[in-house]
Design a protein around this ligand. Structure first.
Ligand SMILES: [Fe+2]
Length: 370
C-alpha cells in the first residue's frame, strides 16, 4: 500500500478508549489555564489549511519537464545560508540536522540553492522557530517552487484554490484514514518515500507544523545512502542496473473505497533501484515499502525475496535512522531522493495534529552504474 504521512492516521481501539481519559486531563488543564476543552478540540489554529476534498477536481497527466537541481548551483561553503548566527546540531552522523538562527523566508535565491545542497548532504533538516507558517500560501508556494514544480497530490486533502498543499490532519472528528491499516497490526510504522510513483520524483520537500500533540507525532527518517553503503561490493554490483516498479494504484483504490477523490489517473513507473543524487553524487537505494511493488524482470518469488530483504534492511537500520520531533514553528526539509520516512501515529486523536507538505518534483532518477 502507498501511505503518505497523512495516511498514517489510525484510531486503534486502545486510543478510542483513551479519549475519555485524555479529555478529563484536558478539563483539569482547562481549569488551570482557562482554556476550554472545546477550544482545544474544535478550533484548528490555522483553519485556512483544513483539508479540502473536491470529488470533481481533476488534474491532467503529469508531463516531463526540464529540471536543474538547485543544489548543483550552490556555493559549497553556503555563505548565504550559514551566517554567523546559524547553529547546526547534528542528530546522527548520517542524517538529520537541527538548524537555528535563520529564517527560510528571508533567504535569497543563492541561500535557497545552498539550502537544497545542505538538505542533500544532511538528508533531513529541522528548522526551528520559523515564521514560515505565517507568511501566507502564495509566498510559501513561491519559496517551495524554487526547488521544482510542486506536486499536486491525487488523493489527499488539499486547500481550496491551492492544490499544491498536501494537508496532514487528524483529530477526533477528522480521521479519514482510520481504516488504512485496520486493527490487525502490531505497530504502525510504515516506511516510504513520498509519491515515488511520479516519473520525476520529489526532491527537496517542505513540511511545516501548525498544531501538534504535546507528545508524540514524530517522524522517523532513514538515510537511503547509508543503507546502500552498508551493502557488500558484490551485492551492490547485483543491484545496480536493476529497476523497480513504483505504483500509485493502491493509493487511488484506497481513496475510492473511502469515496475520496482520484484527481489524476494512477500511474506505475519504473525507477532504478540505485539512483545518484545530482548535487552530491551519492548513491542511494531507491525502493520503499509504500510504493515499490516489484523488481522489473524478476519472477514473482525472486522479486518478493529481494524486496523483503531490502525492506527489512531499511527498517532494522536504527543506526542510520533518526526521529524528528516538532516544536511550534518547526519546518522540516528533507530530500525524498535519499531518504525514507514514517509517521508515528502514537498520540490520542483527542489532540489535533495539523501540518502541511509542499512537495517539489525533481529530476527523472539518475541510475547508478556498477
Ligand atoms: Fe510521507
Amino acid at each position: 500500500m502507498a501511505p503518505s504521512v497523512s495516511q498514517l492516521e489510525t484510531v486503534t481501539s486502545e486510543s478510542v478508549e483513551k479519549v475519555a481519559h485524555d479529555v478529563s486531563k484536558l478539563n483539569v488543564k482547562a481549569t488551570n489555564v482557562e482554556v476550554k476543552v472545546e477550544d482545544k478540540v474544535d478550533a484548528p489554529s490555522y483553519p485556512f489549511y483544513y483539508p479540502y476534498y473536491d470529488l470533481e477536481e481533476k488534474f491532467p497527466p503529469t508531463e516531463i519537464f526540464e529540471f536543474v537541481e538547485p543544489g548543483t548551483r550552490a556555493n559549497p561553503a553556503k555563505p548565504n545560508l550559514l551566517t554567523e548566527n546559524v547553529k547546526l546540531n547534528h542528530l546522527s552522523p548520517y542524517l538529520g540536522t537541527e538548524v537555528t538562527g535563520v529564517q527560510i523566508s528571508q533567504l535569497n535565491k543563492e541561500g535557497l540553492d545552498e539550502l537544497a545542497l545542505l538538505a542533500a548532504e544532511r538528508k533531513v533538516l529541522l528548522f526551528r522557530d520559523q515564521d514560515f507558517k505565517d507568511i501566507g500560501p502564495d509566498r510559501q508556494i513561491e519559496i517551495a517552487r524554487h526547488f521544482g514544480p510542486i506536486q499536486k497530490h491525487p488523493t489527499s486533502g488539499n486547500v481550496k484554490g491551492y492544490p499544491e498543499f498536501h494537508v496532514v490532519y487528524r483529530d477526533t472528528k477528522h480521521n479519514r484514514f482510520q481504516e488504512y491499516y485496520g486493527g490487525n497490526r502490531i505497530n504502525l510504522t510504515s516506511w516510504h518515500s513520498d509519491v515515488s510513483y511520479e516519473k520525476q520524483t520529489p526532491g527537496t520537500t517542505f513540511f511545516f507544523i501548525l498544531d501538534q500533540p504535546e507528545t508524540g507525532g514524530d517522524t522517523l527518517f532513514l538515510s537511503q545512502v547509508e543503507a546502500y553503503n552498508r551493502l557488500s561490493p558484490e551485492f551492490k554490483k547485483r543491484l545496480e542496473g536493476l529497476r523497480a516498479l513504483h505504483s500509485a494504484v493502491p493509493q487511488a483504490e484506497f481513496s475510492k473505497r473511502l469515496n475520496g477523490p482520484v484527481r489524476r489517473e494512477p500511474i506505475e513507473t519504473e525507477h532504478p533501484l540505485v539512483r545518484v543524487h545530482p548535487a552530491t553524487g551519492e548513491k542511494a537505494l531507491y525502493i520503499n515499502q509504500g510504493f515499490t511493488k516489484s523488481i522489473v524482470g524478476f519472477k514473482q518469488e525472486e522479486s518478493e525475496y529481494l524486496l523483503k530483504f531490502l525492506f527489512d534492511h531499511l527498517a532494522k537500520g536504527a543506526d542510520f535512522q533518526i526521529r524528528g520531533n516538532y516544536k511550534p514553528g518547526t519546518v522540516v526539509v528533507w530530500d525524498n531522493r535519499v531518504t525514507a520516512h514514517s509517521a508515528t501515529p502514537d498520540f490520542s486523536p483527542t489532540f489535533r495534529r495539523h501540518a502541511v507538505r509542499l512537495t517539489p518534483q525533481a529530476e527523472v532518477p539518475i541510475p547508478a552504474t556498477a
